[in-house]
Structures are given as structure tokens and as C-alpha cells.
Write a protein of this length. Structure first.
Length: 343
């Protein structure tokens, strides 16, 4: 718990510094940067899993209270947007993999796993079975999320950089406790059955449901949102605790350039969706960006974009990747063995 307190203090200091400087999504981005630097220097940065789940439920509850009739009306355009996303993901993975193997001469399996936009834990499990370079993959995936959280608030058009306020009405203590408890139960259940971002999704589903049917009306107190952003930033920053920057220095430029390439590809497909479906470009770009479910959904909320739209796209993307990527990689591994004559 001492390490956690140190982590939160570090993250709060970083978030406060960027907030005072007027940075977009300051509490999330500043906490991530401060904790990443501290972790890279060897300080014990840690956020326990149970605290992370609680924070995600709190943020999910706040996101759910922001669901509006306009959000529901947009659902009609989601199938078309999801279809474009499917093509975008294939192109992003292919472009990044080709770039890493041909320009930077990365080993093929390592390049493939480093290019998959998904949860780090699932990617590493698949990579472990494939005999790829795990430290390099972990570094590339962590750098991907770091770069996206640092850059996207500056790049997204139509974003509101103030701390989001969904309504002027606050939930009573009893209402807040009830919604959070229900969100916790649903979130833990979703986590246990392997649903991506279960804690966050549980909070969103419960909160959106009770707000939609009129059981409760109002939002959680603003300070809880800031705490949630800070802890989320700390969770991302902690990923750099096991990174050996001296040994991975040679991988930095290739990993960074592949992330920027994937970000550019996602922007092109987001523009296509914007043009074809008349959806807000910034919102679609964040939904297509090759980041994690929690970070991108929470960023959408922090920037005043539609978090339900963004979160749904990232959840669907992860589910599809978890189903089809292992099959795809198995076929590629068989082809590689055939080319090299490996028995």
C-alpha cells in the first residue's frame, strides 16, 4: 500500500502540473507521464488490481450517466462504422508488421505481436506460445498506449478539454452507493468471464440502464472523476516499471514509428467513416485508434466525446482480435516453418 500511495502522489503531481499549464486531458496524461518516468527510474510504482477495478467502475458509472437520446440515435450508424473498423484493423496490423520487418529488420513473429492493437496481457500470452521477443513486444505495446494517450488529446478535433460534467445534478449518497455497488458486481462478473475492460463496462452498463429508465438522475462528484483519471494514468505509467531502456534503446525508434504509422492509418479510415456515415471525425478516430479499451474510452469521456461509441468499438475490436488473431498467427507460423525447413 505504501508503493500505491507513492504512485498516486506521483501521478497527482504530474496531473496537477499539466492541469495548471492548461494541457488537454491533463490529469490522465500528466499522471501517466510522471509515473512512467518514475517507474523507468526504478521507483516502485504499483496500482493493485482491486483498486484499478474500483476506479474503472467509478469512471464507468460516470460515463454511463452521460448516455443521452442522441447517443441511442447514433447506434443505427454503428454497424457501418464497425465494418470499416474491421478493415482498418487488418490494414493497421499489416502496415506496422511490414514496416517493422522490412525497414527495421525485426523478426517476423515479434513484429506481428508488436503490431496487434489490443490488451497487453492477451498479446503476451499469445507471444509466449510463439517464441517471440517478449521484452521487445511489451515495450512496443506499452509505448503504443503511452504515445496515444499523450498525443490524441492534441490531435482530436471537436474535443472539450474541460473536466466533463454530464449534468448539474449530483446523485445522493445512497443513490451513488447503490449504482456503484451494482456496477462493481456486474464488472467483477464480466472480468471473471473474460470480457475486455469488465470493470469499466460493468459500471457503464449499470449506470446507463438506471439513468435511461429514470431510476436515478445525476452524476458522481467531480473530484471522483479527477481521482479516476489520475489512477488510470498511473495504471498506464506503471507498465514501464519492467522496461529496461538500455537494452531496448535500439527498439525505440522502430516501435515509435510503427505506432505513428498505425495512427495515420486509423485517421484515414476514420475520415472515410466520417464522410460515408456523417459521424464526428474526432470521435471516430479515437474509436479506431490502436489503443486499449479503458484508456481510449476514459479519454473520450475526459475530452467530451461519446464514450459509449468509442468504448463499444474498442470492445468489439478486442473480442474479434482474441478470436481470429490466434488462428491467423498459427497459419503464419506454419508458413514460416515451411520456408525455413523447421521440423
Amino acid at each position: 500500500m505504501i508503493n500505491f500511495c507513492l504512485t498516486v502522489l506521483t501521478g497527482t503531481a504530474g496531473g496537477a502540473l499539466l492541469a495548471l499549464a492548461g494541457f488537454p486531458a491533463a490529469w490522465l496524461t500528466g499522471a501517466m507521464m510522471a509515473v512512467a518516468v518514475a517507474a523507468g527510474l526504478g521507483l516502485p510504482m504499483r496500482v493493485p488490481d482491486w483498486i484499478r477495478t474500483i476506479v474503472f467502475v467509478v469512471l464507468g458509472t460516470s460515463i454511463g450517466s452521460a448516455v443521452t437520446p442522441g447517443t441511442i440515435a447514433e447506434i443505427a450508424a454503428w454497424p457501418g462504422s464497425l465494418a470499416i473498423l474491421a478493415v482498418a484493423v487488418v490494414v493497421m496490423i499489416g502496415a506496422s508488421t511490414t514496416y517493422l520487418t522490412r525497414v527495421w529488420k525485426w523478426e517476423a513473429a515479434t513484429a506481428r505481436y508488436s503490431s496487434i492493437p489490443g490488451a497487453l496481457s492477451q498479446v503476451l500470452v499469445m507471444a509466449l506460445r510463439g517464441g517471440a521477443d517478449l521484452p521487445r513486444i511489451a515495450f512496443a505495446q506499452s509505448l503504443r498506449l503511452f504515445v496515444l494517450v499523450a498525443l490524441m488529446p492534441w490531435l482530436l478535433p471537436g474535443a472539450d478539454h474541460a473536466v466533463p460534467v454530464t449534468t448539474d445534478i449530483q446523485l445522493s449518497l445512497l443513490e451513488a452507493a447503490g449504482v456503484l455497488a451494482a456496477g462493481w458486481v456486474v464488472g467483477v462478473a464480466l472480468d471473471r468471464v473474460g470480457v475486455p475492460a469488465g470493470g469499466l463496462l460493468g459500471g457503464i452498463l449499470v449506470s446507463a440502464a438506471v439513468h435511461a429508465i429514470g431510476v436515478v438522475e445525476g452524476r458522481l462528484p467531480g473530484p471522483l472523476l479527477i481521482i479516476g483519471f489520475v489512477v488510470t494514468g498511473c495504471v498506464i505509467g506503471c507498465r514501464f516499471g519492467n522496461a529496461s531502456f538500455s537494452s531496448l534503446r535500439g527498439a525505440f525508434r522502430g516501435a515509435l514509428e510503427s505506432v505513428l504509422l498505425a495512427l495515420g492509418v486509423s485517421a484515414l479510415f476514420a475520415f472515410a467513416a466520417h464522410w460515408l456515415l456523417d459521424l464526428p471525425f474526432g470521435q471516430v478516430w479515437l474509436a479506431y485508434a490502436p489503443g486499449g479499451v479503458e484508456a481510449m474510452t476514459i479519454m473520450a469521456f475526459a475530452l467530451g466525446l461519446d464514450p459509449a461509441f468509442v468504448g463499444a468499438h474498442h470492445v468489439v475490436r478486442l473480442i474479434v482480435l482474441n478470436v481470429f488473431v490466434p488462428l491467423w498467427l498459427r497459419r503464419l507460423s506454419v508458413k514460416d516453418k515451411g520456408k525455413t525447413g523447421t521440423p
